[in-house]
Design a protein. Sequence first.
Length: 256
Amino acid sequence: MTEQGYTLLLSKRTRPQDMDPLLEMRRDGIVPFEMPLSGFDLIMINTSAGKDSQAMTHMVCHEAKRAGVLDRVRMVHADLGEAEWEGCADLAAEHAKANGVPLIVTRAQQLVGHYRKKPIGLLEMVLRRRLMLDKKGKRDAPAWPSSTVRYCTSDLKRGPVRREINELTPRWPDKVLDCKKHVHYRVLNCLGMRADESPARSKLKPYSMNPCSNGVREVWDWLPIHKLTVKQVWDINKNLSGLRHHWAYDVGMPRL
């Protein structure tokens, strides 16, 4: 199926989950990659400035430019506060500038009083959880996040990114398919998880609807590099992207 045919089906309200977006993979350099990005109004690339984010950013931006929709791409970096590796935000900005797309830096917020909000980081969040557990008499329960208690991911990453998607999504769709149905505003939320990182991530679906979808917008989570190995990721960064990677890898860290 051609990109034009895929877009036509989308316009007729065929939902993307009914199709395999990787059915027609195109070999671009060393990596097979195909996604009809023109079917989406907003393309959000989640970046930590790590190696996987860098490779994903190159792939998605290259394809968006080929499809003529680079102006729909935004990169978003969730700042983790005190737990953030030094230089991550600056490196994310460097990658965004090199790829010709805007960067949004966001951070989790804590409500102070009834209206005012202040930024909150991982360490403060752990302290708050420790106090809460102690108050409930659960002194043996760990306060730090783990594979079974992943509040850091939801509160520090998914939550702030969802807030930015809300800000960028129109309140009402501006196109009408017919007198009864509106065309949804479609958002493609790109995430850099890979299958060989862990058994849990190997079970993730590469394409799924995000829970923040509603009657106005459809938000789709996409894992463009889900099937890539760590060697392929570094090949992209060194041979195709050509941009600077984070210094933590040079001192032996496997990931940020």
